[in-house]
Ligand binder design. Sequence first.
Ligand SMILES: Cc1ncc(C[n+]2csc(CCOP(=O)(O)OP(=O)(O)O)c2C)c(N)n1
Ligand SMILES: [Mg+2]
Length: 311
Amino acid sequence: MPEMAEESGPQSLSSPAIFAPPSDGPFPRRSLSELLAPETQRRLAATCRRVRRHILRMTAAAGSGHPGGSLSAVEILTTLYFGIMRHDPRNPRWPLRDRFILSKGHAAPALYAVLAEAGYFPPELLLTLRKLGSPLQGHVSYNLDIGVEASSGSLGHGFSVGVGMALAGRLDGLDYRVYVLLGDGELEEGQVWEAALAAAHYRLDNLTAIVDANGIQNDDFVARTINLEPLDGKWAAFGWRVFEVDGHDLAELAAALDAARNVRTRPSVVIARTVKGKGVSFMEHNPEFHGRAPRPDELERALQELAGDEP
Ligand SMILES: Cc1ncc(C[n+]2csc(CCOP(=O)(O)OP(=O)(O)O)c2C)c(N)n1
Ligand SMILES: [Mg+2]
């Protein structure tokens, strides 16, 4: 019931208190110069290392899950939640918050790890991934208490939810932005292109899609399943402004996501070229780790590779 009351409706729109930004919101939209400052970049890189360790520990503890596509998305999610998006973990229903939708819902461990790092819930909860009764489902499930904006896992659907949220923001006169992360294998779903058409038709410049282009889908390479290239030309032909970056380069991601915020009259997409399993030598480019958790000995090796100075 409280969710209904705040999310929509003319009554809530007339209440200025609800819409006022938190006085010193912990996560404002940072400017590009702030994002590129060496200290920011250092902190983001350290967060990425912690997030990777969380992903490995969580999936190992669960004995199942999707480490490969979680590891490829770490820099994307970290840049969004710690630099690009305006949000407040203490006020997860804040109507003006920027929205993030994990359309590739199997990468749930990456999103949970970033949400925990941002303060939406205690990091100890991470080890309950996929356990009975835990809010941390194997595929993300709508739960604003922990910062999850939409259920997903059935590939293709989350993107359409994002288009709807962007339209709703315009209708409500709210200036929040919507970010949707898609997998490259997910792009083979026809619904993705229906949503892309609609977003361009409605000139949704408050919407940015990000493609985690790691070149691998379930247990094979995307190019061998259904080739997507040239991907930039496809999005451009659908009326989108296209950016293409190294999806593990924090500065490139920041620059593209910042530029995307400034695109007017059409939606934008960031094609992030990534490595599935990034950061762990025996997981990189390896389709086996799409949907298999590390065994205890593999977890040890992986954590050694990801050792850093920070806690
Ligand atoms: C509609 C639908 N069909 C099939 C699946 C099974 N499935 C789960 S993950 C996956 C591959 C996804 O590949 P990609 O989008 O590239 O994800 P990533 O490489 O980032 O993990 C498939 C086919 C699904 N979840 N939903
Ligand atoms: Mg993929």
